[in-house]
Design a protein around this ligand. Sequence first.
Ligand code: ADP
Ligand code: MG
Length: 701
Amino acid sequence: MEKDCDFITSIFGSNVFNDSVMRERLPKDVYKALRETIDDNKPLNPAIADVIANAMKDWAIEKGATHFCHWFQPMTGLTAEKHDSFISPTADGKTMMVFSGKELCQGEPDASSFPSGGLRATFEARGYTAWDCTSPVFIKEDGDNIILNIPSAFCSYTGLALDKKTPLLRSMDALNKQAISVLKLLGNTTSKKVIATLGPEQEYFLIDRSFYQRRLDLILTGRTIFGAPSPRGQEMGDHYFGTLHERVASFMNEVNHELWKLGVSAKTQHNEVAPSQYEIAPVFATFNVATDHNQLTMETLQKVANRHDFVCLLHEKPFAGVNGSGKHNNWSMVTDDGVNLLDPGETPHDNMVFLVMLCAVVKAVDKYAKLLRASVANAGNEHRLGANEAPPAIVSIFLGEQLTGIFEQLANGTATSSKISGELKLGVSTLPRLPKDSTDRNRTSPFAFTGNKFEFRMVGSTQSTAGPTFVINTIVAETLSEIAAELEKSQDVKNDAQKICRRIAAEHKRIIFNGDNYTEQWSQEAKKRGLPNMPSTVEALGSIMDEENVKVFEKHKVLSRQELAARTEILVEAYSMRINIEALTMLNMASRQILPAAVNYSAGLAESVNAIRTAGADPSVQKEMLEEVCDLIASLKSGIKNLQISVEKASKANGFEQAKIYRDSVKEAMADVRSAADQLEMIVDADLWPLPSYAEMLFIK
Ligand code: ADP
Ligand code: MG
């Protein structure tokens, strides 16, 4: 036991050039200067970059590394890396191992094949990567290939953001700036910085690789586009938190070890609701680091799954009829001196801060609900949101009974009573004191207050945490800046802060909903309250360029109009491309696998009808079966034709027009093809059926 503990503490972070390694390996003044850059956002002195690079190289080589790379996050939502070896040949035919400060700080990858949404023409190939020293450098082991990874931002030749990290970092700056000024106005004299924190819970499926290899849909699209329901699904409720299957437990064990080496603080693991669905969550970290770590987590899950003859499916909806996968983004703000601004706290002073911060979030979420919705819009998540299992496509906030009580009192302007005897007091000058674990849970809410943080549950399992979270940072920065502007003019800050909270509560209470978000009544009620409901991705993306969104991003210098427009274009195009790939995969499988199997089966039935008749018996049952199969074959065949026509039509359009054709016409045609194919699966001889079934994939390990 003792040995195990030692082992874990010794491997944790062993592949990270973290603070303790820096302190140990860098000259004191260099270490200090680098820390100032990391902690106080001071520009990095180029003179020290060579020293840092050299120390990193020595450390990496000791760990067996031969190469380095700038590790960045282009608009694909994935990570990108191009490896360079440390070798520098010398005149005598040998080599030195070299890594310069310039190589550490800046890379110039050919950027022409990354999505840019028109920010960069193909002939303008040059792009830059820039070392993000706020996220630690690490070593990645891919088989025998050991690489020093430099987390980096990625921009165009003209300095426009081409990645997820740049706006993420800009949004952290914006939030910091506004939150600090509000804190100062409220009398805080000690905090220097406010940092956004993030703890993403990651859901995923594991299935046996042998099944995966026989399903072109899983291989090419990450989800099953055919498949009759399994006779048993998740209705028994026995998978959630159930005992881990031994093979899965071994997989998780190895995932944890790999992540710990990378300094990712993998903490919780469990069976999720659907059969073969699981979840992993780390201890929360700074938003920036947490985003890098979530990317590493997704990559590690897939890599380690392979070693165990599993495949890890990260898609938002790999299987129809059972739950899909999300990513719960737990978000808060913490000061550099350790105060969680969303912690209700113990003292009235803290509570004042808490209440102002809470109101800032509530206002932001109500005002920019469409933007939040758009931040989680992709083709995969479209199967989830609003599909009676995940949060609906309507954004609302769960505050829990006690906070809602306070909120209602504020809104009515009579903030003097307490909801739970003795515990909660809210007067004009006394702000509430809340017991720590006072909030109940509500699993159906898209944006839930969970004790000392908010949990944004609409995020899709494949998505980078960057996009949805930089939206939260930006819109909260905006409402905080509005509060700061008012407080700056105030003669009586405490009183005016309460007035502001009261006004926000009155104006934005419509966004608070503590009930069951999955019900039809809620969508009716939400409509009455005037809350937007956008189940379709295209519609959600269509609202990104609304003037108020452009304004908020530009004001806080997170994205320019041009950058936002480019991003929108990329997202719309990605939606169309995804559905196009799904449609083409469907056509391929339907024509080359499913139709032939059904025809084969019908031929056998036809033969048996004849044989039975010749033998003088009654073939009517076989004939009925044959007719049923033939009818379905006919539907499948005409469905295929329709789908071909729709795909052809879509291919001639572009932009939003094209995305709408994919949504309305292609997806509908796909549903018809699937319906015929899934019905055939239920009647065709299992030995002839070319694809592993849902029951096999979800239940066999
Ligand atoms: P749940 O019960 O909601 O499934 P989990 O334990 O799976 O909770 O995940 C909760 C996540 O929230 C963890 O990653 C945790 O570290 C994170 N978290 C806790 N406090 C904060 C905070 N102040 N800021 C951001 N994330 C937080
Ligand atoms: Mg969880």
